[in-house]
Design a protein around this ligand. Structure first.
Ligand SMILES: NC(=O)c1ccc[n+]([C@@H]2O[C@H](COP(=O)([O-])OP(=O)(O)OC[C@H]3O[C@@H](n4cnc5c(N)ncnc54)[C@H](OP(=O)(O)O)[C@@H]3O)[C@@H](O)[C@H]2O)c1
Length: 433
C-alpha cells in the first residue's frame, strides 16, 4: 500500500498564511512535521487575491487566484483558510467540509458568527474543523479547553484577548499618557488599524468570548450579541485612580456561570487587583485565566497576534487534522448545551468605579450622593479632585446591580451640577477572584 501523503491547500498568504507556508516548507522542520502528522505533508496550492504581488518563499506554480477550484480539488485533504472576513471564507469552508476535507481556520469573526453550523457540517462529513488561532493567536487555549479540561466543570473564563487594547491600556498606565496619544502611537507601530473600532470597541474580543464560551460551557456559536463595552471612554484620570487604589484597568472578556443554568458573556474594561495574575499581562500580550471547580485557577499567556505565533497555532491544527486523516477518524465537535440561558450584564452585581465631572460649587456632593441613594447604590469611598472647570468626583460603590448603576448614571447626567459623566468601570477584587 502507498504511504499516505496529506495534501494541504492554503487560502491567504498574508501575515499568517506566509508564516505558515514558511514553516511548512522549512527543511529543518521536515522530520518533526512528518512525525507529528504521521505522514508527509504536501502543499498543493495557495490562493491569494492579487497574483501580481511578489511572494517570497512561495513557488509560482502553487499560486492561484481561484480559491474555489482549490477547495474542489479531488485530492485535497486539508484546507487552511487564513484569508479572513465572512465571505468568501464561509462558502469556501462549506465547500471543503461538504466534500469531507478537513478545515483549519484562524477566522474568529466567521467562527463566532456560524461556528456551530460549520462544526455540524464537518461532523456530518467525517471531517475536522479546527480554529485554535482564532483566540489568543499562538496561545493553545482552545485545545486545552477541548481536551485537557474536557471533563472539568469550568466556572469562569476571563481573558485579555485583544493585544491592541492591552497595548493602549498598558501604555496609559506605564507612561501616564492619554488615550488619544497612545492610540496614535499604536497606529504608528502597526499595533492598531487606521480604523481601530474592531479593537477599541471590543468587537474582536466579543467574538473571542463567544468562541471561548462555546468550548468552556457549550454555548452555541450563532452570532448572538454579547454585552460589549470598549475602552474609548477610559481617561488618564481613571487609570491614575486605579493605580492609587491598587488596581490596573484591563479590557476583559468574561464568560462565567451564573447559578445552575445561567451564563454571562461580556467584554468590558475592569479594574483588577494588582495581585491578580492578569494584572501583570502587559503590552500586546494576551492571557486567558480559567477557573475550574476541581483544577482551580489556571492561566495561559502569550502572543495573541503576529504572523509567526498565529501560524504556529494553525500548524498545530494542520498536524492534528493530518493525524486524524491518516488514522481515518475525526474529532467530535463541541456540544451545544440547550439548557443554558444567557444572563444579561445588567442583572449582575459588582463593585463599580464611577467618575463624574462636576461644577465646583456648594451642594453638588449632596445632590450627587442623593442620586446614588435613589437607586439603592451605596458608596464605599469618594475622592474629590481638581477645582473650577476641572472638578471631579470619583466613587467606589459597594456591590451594586449593573442596571441600578446604569440608572444612577442616567439620572446623574441630567443633574444641572454635573458637567459630564466619565467612566463607569467594574472592579474585580481579590488576587484570583
Ligand atoms: N495577523 C494576526 O496576527 C492574526 C492573529 C489571529 C488571527 N488572525 C486571523 O487570520 C486570518 C488572516 O489574517 P492575516 O493578518 O494574515 O490577514 P492578511 O495579512 O490581510 O492576509 C489575507 C490574505 O488573504 C488573501 N485573500 C483575501 N481574500 C481572498 C480571496 N477572496 N481569495 C483568495 N485570497 C484572499 C489576501 O490576498 P492578497 O495578498 O492578494 O491581498 C492575503 O494574502 C484572519 O482571519 C485574521 O482574523 C490573524
Amino acid at each position: 500500500m502507498d504511504k499516505p501523503v496529506i495534501r494541504v491547500a492554503v487560502v491567504g498568504a498574508g501575515f499568517v498564511g506566509s508564516a505558515l507556508i514558511e514553516m511548512l516548507s522549512d527543511p529543518s522542520r521536515h522530520v518533526a512535521l512528518v512525525d507529528a502528522a504521521t505522514a508527509p505533508i504536501e502543499l498543493v496550492g495557495v490562493a491569494v487575491r492579487d497574483l501580481s504581488k511578489h511572494r517570497a518563499g512561495i513557488a509560482n506554480e502553487l499560486l492561484t487566484s481561484d480559491a474555489q477550484s482549490l477547495c474542489e480539488r479531488e485530492d485535497l485533504d486539508i484546507l487552511v483558510e487564513v484569508a479572513g472576513g465572512i465571505e468568501p471564507a464561509r462558502s469556501l469552508i462549506e465547500t471543503a467540509l461538504g466534500r469531507g476535507v478537513s478545515v483549519v481556520t484562524a477566522n474568529k469573526s466567521l467562527m463566532a458568527a456560524c461556528g456551530t453550523d460549520l462544526a455540524r457540517l464537518a461532523h456530518e462529513n467525517g471531517a475536522d474543523l479546527f480554529y485554535e488561532a482564532a483566540v489568543g493567536g499562538g496561545i493553545p487555549i482552545l485545545r486545552a479547553l477541548r481536551t485537557s479540561l474536557a471533563g472539568e466543570r469550568i466556572d469562569r473564563v476571563m481573558g485579555i484577548v485583544n493585544g491592541t487594547t492591552n497595548f493602549i491600556l498598558s501604555k496609559m498606565t506605564s507612561e501616564a499618557s492619554d488615550y488619544e496619544e497612545v492610540l496614535a502611537e499604536a497606529q504608528a507601530l502597526g499595533y492598531a488599524e487606521a480604523d481601530p473600532s474592531a479593537d477599541v470597541e471590543a468587537h474582536d474580543a466579543a467574538a473571542k468570548v463567544q468562541i471561548l464560551s462555546s468550548l468552556a460551557f457549550g454555548t452555541g456559536l450563532y452570532g448572538e450579541e454579547i454585552s460589549r463595552e470598549g475602552i474609548t471612554g477610559i481617561r488618564l484620570v481613571d487609570v491614575e485612580f486605579a493605580r492609587r487604589a491598587g488596581y490596573v484597568i484591563k479590557l476583559l472578556g468574561v464568560a462565567e456561570r451564573v447559578g445552575e443554568f445561567g451564563i454571562s458573556r461580556r467584554v468590558h474594561p475592569a479594574m483588577i487587583d494588582v495581585d491578580h495574575p492578569l494584572a501583570s499581562v502587559h503590552g500586546a500580550m494576551n492571557a486567558v485565566f480559567v477557573e475550574g471547580t476541581k483544577a482551580g485557577p489556571l492561566m495561559w499567556l502569550g502572543q495573541g497576534a503576529g504572523g509567526a505565533p498565529t501560524a504556529t497555532a494553525v500548524l498545530g491544527d494542520v498536524l492534528d487534522a493530518a493525524r486524524n486523516k491518516v488514522s481515518g477518524r475525526h474529532d467530535v465537535p463541541f456540544m451545544v448545551d440547550t439548557t443554558l440561558h444567557s444572563v444579561s450584564a445588567g442583572d449582575l452585581s459588582s463593585v463599580f468605579y464611577i467618575s463624574i465631572d462636576v461644577l465646583d460649587r456648594p451642594g453638588v456632593l449632596a445632590a450627587v450622593a442623593g442620586v446614588f441613594g435613589n437607586h439603592g447604590v451605596s458608596i464605599q469611598s469618594m475622592e474629590q479632585s481638581g477645582f473650577a472647570d476641572e472638578a471631579r468626583l470619583s466613587f467606589l460603590t459597594h456591590h451594586a446591580r449593573s442596571s441600578d448603576v446604569d440608572a444612577t448614571m442616567q439620572e446623574l447626567s441630567g443633574l444641572e451640577s454635573v458637567d459630564s459623566i466619565g467612566a463607569c468601570i467594574r472592579v474585580i477584587e481579590g488576587g484570583t477572584q
